[in-house]
Design a protein. Structure first.
Length: 467
C-alpha cells in the first residue's frame, strides 16, 4: 500500500497526491473524535442538540434524497433524523421523519413547552421546514415517536434558516410567499401555542415586496434574534454574493406598521452593512458586550458589540471568490463596519485540489457560555470544522480543526476541465456545525458522510469555560 502511495505521489505531483491521500484518514489538531453515526448515508444540513427528559437528543435536518430506513424497512424521502446522543460515544438513531420528496427538511429548531408561553408544559416541540413548500410543528416529547401538531404555512416557493424564540414563541420563518419577488423573505408567526400558529406579518428588504420594480435585493438566508431582552433581530442575506447584514429593532418589527410598503419595511431597521459584491452573509451571529483586553485602559470603547458574518462557498474547486468569516463591529448600530476576517490558508492542505467546495458555510449558533465570546466553530466544507479563538475580535486565530476521513458512503463532487471532461473526487463536505451545553461539537456532512461528535483537546480546550 505504501509503495502504491509513493508511486501515486510521483505520478500526480505533490498537490494532487496530497489531495488524493487526504481523504482516507482524518486530520486533526486539538480536536478529537468522540462518536460517529452515518445518518443512513443521507446528505445532512443542520444539527441541533437539545436536553430533554434527562437525555440529550440530536435533531438533524437533511437535504433531499432517498434511503432505506432500517427502523421502518422502507425507502424514505430524507427529512429529519433524531438521535440519542446522551452517550456521545454511541449515538443511537431513534427515528427518521420523512421529508418532502426531493426537498428534504433542512432546518430544525426545538423548544420546550415549559418555556413557550401558551404550550402544553409537559411537551417538547420541533419546528422544521418541509422541503421548500411549508413549515411544520411536531410533538417530539417522545423523540422516537414524533407526531405532527400543525402546519404553519403552505404553498410556499422556498424555505430556509428559521429562528424560534422559545421564551416568547415568536418565530422568524424564511419563506417564499407567492407574490413576493424573492423565494426567501421572512414570515413572522407567534408559535407560543404550537397547535394554533398566529400570523403576525411578512417582512423583507425594500424591493422584494409585491408590486415593487427594479432590481430584486439579495434573498434572505436567515435571522438570529436576541429575543425580548436583547430587542434585536439580525438578518443575513446572500450566499456567495451580494451579502447584506441588517440589524432590526425587534419591537418595531413586531408592533410597527405591517403593510409591506418601502417605508414600513425600513421602519424597524437600525443598521445595515452591504458587503462586497462577491461575498454573502449566510450566518450572522451576534457577539455582544465583549470586553476588549487591549482597550482596558482606554477611556472609551472598552466594551464592544460584534456580529460574526459567515459567507457560504457554492462552487467546487475554488471557482469563485473565497468565502470566509468577517468580524463586524456593530457598537454603533447605524454604522457597522468590518474590523477583521479569517479563513483557512489554502496551501495548508491544498484544498482547492481536493475537490468539492472549499470555504466557509456556517458557524455554530448556540449561545452556550462554554464557548460564547471565546471560541467559535466554522464548517469549512473540505477543510472540515475549524475552531477559532475570538477573544481578541480584531485578530481571530485558529486554535484547532478536524477534517473527517471519507467513507464508502462519501459522495463525489465533480468539475469539468477545459476540454469538457469531468473530474470527480469523493471528498468531505462539512456542511454545518453546532455545540451543546456539555461542550461537544457536532458536524454533519453534505456529501453523505454522516455526523461526527467531537471535543476540544489541548490548548484549545483550555480557552473554553468548562466547569
Amino acid at each position: 500500500m505504501l509503495c502504491r502511495r509513493i508511486l501515486l505521489s510521483m505520478a500526480l505531483g505533490p498537490a494532487l497526491a496530497m489531495a488524493a491521500l487526504a481523504q482516507d484518514r482524518a486530520e486533526a489538531r486539538d480536536m478529537a473524535l468522540v462518536g460517529y453515526h452515518d445518518l443512513q448515508g443521507r446528505s445532512a444540513y443542520q444539527p441541533l442538540v437539545h436536553a430533554q427528559g434527562g437525555r440529550w437528543i440530536a435533531y438533524i435536518g437533511l437535504h433531499g434524497g432517498h434511503a432505506v430506513n432500517p427502523l421502518s424497512g422502507a425507502a424514505e424521502a430524507s427529512g429529519t433524523a433524531i438521535l440519542d446522543v446522551t452517550d456521545p460515544k454511541q449515538p443511537k438513531l431513534l427515528a427518521h421523519m420523512p421529508g418532502s420528496p426531493g426537498g428534504g427538511a433542512q432546518m430544525v429548531r426545538v423548544c420546550n413547552g415549559s418555556d413557550l408561553p401558551r404550550a402544553d408544559k409537559g411537551k417538547v416541540y420541533l419546528l422544521r421546514t418541509f422541503g421548500n413548500s411549508a413549515h411544520e410543528l411536531w410533538n417530539v416529547t417522545d423523540p422516537a415517536q414524533p407526531a405532527l401538531v400543525s402546519r404553519v404555512a403552505g404553498s410556499l416557493q422556498g424555505t430556509h434558516k428559521n429562528w424560534w424564540e422559545c421564551d416568547s414563541g415568536i418565530a422568524y420563518l424564511v419563506s417564499g410567499v407567492p407574490g413576493w419577488r424573492t423565494s426567501r423573505m421572512t414570515q413572522i408567526y407567534d408559535l407560543g401555542n404550537p397547535a394554533k400558529p398566529q400570523f403576525i406579518r411578512n417582512f423583507g428588504l425594500p424591493g422584494q415586496q409585491p408590486g415593487a420594480s427594479g432590481p430584486v435585493p439579495t434573498e434572505l438566508h436567515g435571522p438570529i434574534s436576541t429575543g425580548p431582552k436583547g430587542k434585536r433581530v439580525y438578518f443575513g442575506y446572500g450566499t456567495n454574493s451580494g451579502g447584506i447584514l441588517q440589524i432590526v429593532d425587534r419591537d418595531k418589527l413586531l408592533r410597527g406598521p405591517k403593510e409591506p410598503t418601502p417605508e414600513n419595511l425600513l421602519y424597524p431597521q437600525v443598521g445595515r452593512l452591504d458587503l462586497a459584491p462577491n461575498v454573502g452573509a449566510h450566518t450572522v451571529f451576534p457577539i455582544l458586550g465583549m470586553d476588549i483586553a487591549e482597550f482596558a485602559r482606554d477611556r472609551e470603547g472598552r466594551v464592544r458589540d460584534f456580529v460574526v458574518v459567515t459567507n457560504e462557498a457554492l462552487t467546487n474547486e475554488c471557482h469563485e471568490a473565497r468565502q470566509m468569516m468577517w468580524m463586524v463591529d456593530v457598537s454603533t448600530e447605524s454604522r457597522p463596519f468590518s474590523v477583521a476576517n479569517w479563513t483557512v490558508p489554502e496551501a495548508s492542505g491544498n484544498f482547492c485540489s481536493r475537490g468539492g467546495r472549499f470555504g466557509t458555510h456556517s458557524s455554530n449558533e448556540s449561545f452556550s457560555p462554554i464557548y460564547y465570546k471565546r471560541i467559535m466553530f466554522f464548517a469549512h466544507f473540505n477543510a472540515g470544522v475549524r475552531a477559532v479563538d475570538i477573544r481578541d475580535p480584531y485578530q481571530p486565530k485558529e486554535v484547532g480543526y478536524y477534517v473527517p476521513a471519507a467513507t464508502d458512503k462519501t459522495d463525489k463532487r465533480c468539475v469539468k476541465n477545459e476540454a469538457g471532461a469531468e473530474r470527480c473526487n469523493g471528498v468531505i463536505q462539512t456542511n454545518n456545525v453546532e455545540v451543546d451545553d456539555r461542550g461537544y461539537i457536532y458536524i454533519v456532512d453534505r456529501a453523505h458522510t454522516g455526523m461526527h461528535i467531537l471535543e476540544l483537546t489541548g490548548a484549545a480546550r483550555a480557552i473554553a469555560a468548562f466547569k
